[in-house]
Design a protein around this ligand. Structure first.
Ligand SMILES: [Zn+2]
Length: 438
């Protein structure tokens, strides 16, 4: 059997993956806060952990894997977006969750076994907070409940940062009601006109970190096999999850393996951010005519721990790779998984190596079987080429019309000749240009 090795952020090395119970392998990845459209950087963890889930289902059996990815459907960003629009937070959350599902579906991300929602797990969060208060790890102050960081001597084990760096990095508000500047919110008060739930500390709503700890406990257990997320979640989110869960569970660790994906940057290494105005959403990329599968392959082209630079040429290369793979795979039935591809994925999900091994497979059935483990070549040969080719012809015809408008007749003739070489005949009419294959 192929041994899976994963880089564990906590151990800072690759470790052989041995689930606590091979009959029930548990994985949790932090999911979206549903207040806007997912950008391509948000899609990276969804695709990476989808590949890991596919590998685990292949290795341990589909019925043995429980992968949960939460939906944060109550949050101050959602509340603010709803207020700006004059609608309920539920309306905003439901709309962007539907967008998230369809965007990730387009990228070939399979729905995880469980998608727990924060708003469906409030009693579990209240119960966990109450236990933390009772054991001296949390305290009530000014309508809030805060986790008391000095009560946990192991706080910060994941990132191993020093305390001052953590306080500075978290940009924590030094509120007068905090006993310690590093303390973080578990529960906060909601005014009467704001979404909220009754609790022993008055009507309020949960902080973000507690939801993952409470949902993991309820749906997966005290200690899970794999906890995943983006590198940016290590601090403070995952440090806080670890502290809450361990203190609520008499020291039992939250996860046995911690897996984090690297950042996605824009060409030139610029971080994708709203303030820089270089955010590209998955929806925009799909509207530009790129297929979800092309975007998926682009996201898998770098090793998940490495930074990934997003660019037009990366998309073009990924499309060319898929053209080749679909030609080689044809419409043959899905066969076995190639040991070379399996071995590459087993080595800390080395997707670039798996993709290069995929390209070297001769047998069409084995190619399709192996590609399926990466969530690729799942469509038909015909559907891959049909739509894509037409969109390209349409784009060239539009470019030719544009050239004619500029009175650049040489360019217009060049485009006509290029299409003629592919056997595409153009007929100009008063209504525009129509085309057919000769
Ligand atoms: Zn989380």
């Amino acid at each position: 059997m192929t041994e899976l090795r994963l880089h564990d952020t906590l151990a800072r090395e690759k470790r052989v993956f041995v689930p606590a119970d091979p009959g029930r392998v548990t994985m949790y990845a932090c999911g979206p806060t549903v207040y806007n459209r997912a950008h391509i950087g948000n899609a990276r963890p969804a695709v990476v952990f989808d590949v890991l889930a596919r590998f685990l289902r292949h290795r341990y059996g589909a019925e043995a894997v429980v992968y949960a990815r939460n939906v944060t459907d109550v949050d101050d960003k959602i509340i603010e977006a709803a207020r700006n629009e004059g609608v309920d937070p539920e309306t905003v959350a439901a709309r962007y969750e539907a967008f998230y599902d369809s965007d990730m579906g387009a990228l070939g991300v399979e729905k995880p076994e469980l998608t727990p929602h924060a708003t469906h797990n409030i009693p579990e969060m209240v119960a966990m907070i109450a236990r933390l208060v009772a054991s001296g790890h949390a305290y009530e102050a000014d309508g809030h409940v805060l986790f008391y960081v000095p009560s946990d001597p192991d706080y910060g084990i994941l990132g191993k940062r020093d305390r001052d760096a953590m306080i500075a990095g978290a940009r924590v508000e030094v509120a007068s009601y905090k006993k310690d500047p590093a303390d973080f919110v578990l529960w906060k008060p909601s005014p009467p006109d704001m979404i909220g739930w009754e609790s022993p500390w008055g009507r309020g709503r949960p902080g973000w970190h507690i939801e993952c700890s409470a949902m993991i406990e309820r749906h997966l257990g005290e200690t899970i096999d794999i906890h995943g997320g983006g590198l940016d979640l290590i601090f403070p989110h995952h440090e806080n999850e670890i502290a809450q869960s361990r203190c609520a569970h008499r020291g039992a660790p939250l996860a046995r393996y911690w897996v984090h994906n690297g950042f996605l940057s824009m060409a030139g290494g610029e971080k994708m951010s709203k303030s820089l105005g270089n955010v590209i959403t998955v929806g925009e990329l799909l509207e530009q005519g790129h297929k979800g599968e092309t975007l998926r392959l682009a996201l898998l082209s770098a090793h998940y721990r490495q930074p990934l630079e997003w660019s037009g040429s990366l998309i073009a290369q990924s499309k060319a790779t898929l053209d080749r793979l679909y030609r080689a795979g044809g419409d043959s039935a899905v066969g076995e998984v190639d040991p070379g591809v399996l071995g590459a994925l087993a080595d800390d999900l080395n997707t670039p190596l798996a993709l290069s091994r995929l390209a070297a497979i001769d047998d069409a059935g084995v190619l399709r079987g192996s590609a399926a483990l990466l969530g690729l070549l799942e469509g038909s040969h015909e559907s891959w080429f049909r739509g894509e080719g037409d969109a390209r012809v349409d784009a060239l015809i539009a470019a030719r019309a544009d050239a004619k408008n500029r009175r650049d007749f040489a360019e217009a003739d060049r485009i006509r000749a290029e299409l003629a070489e592919e056997g595409i005949v153009l007929e100009d009419s008063a209504q525009g240009t129509i085309w057919r294959r000769a």
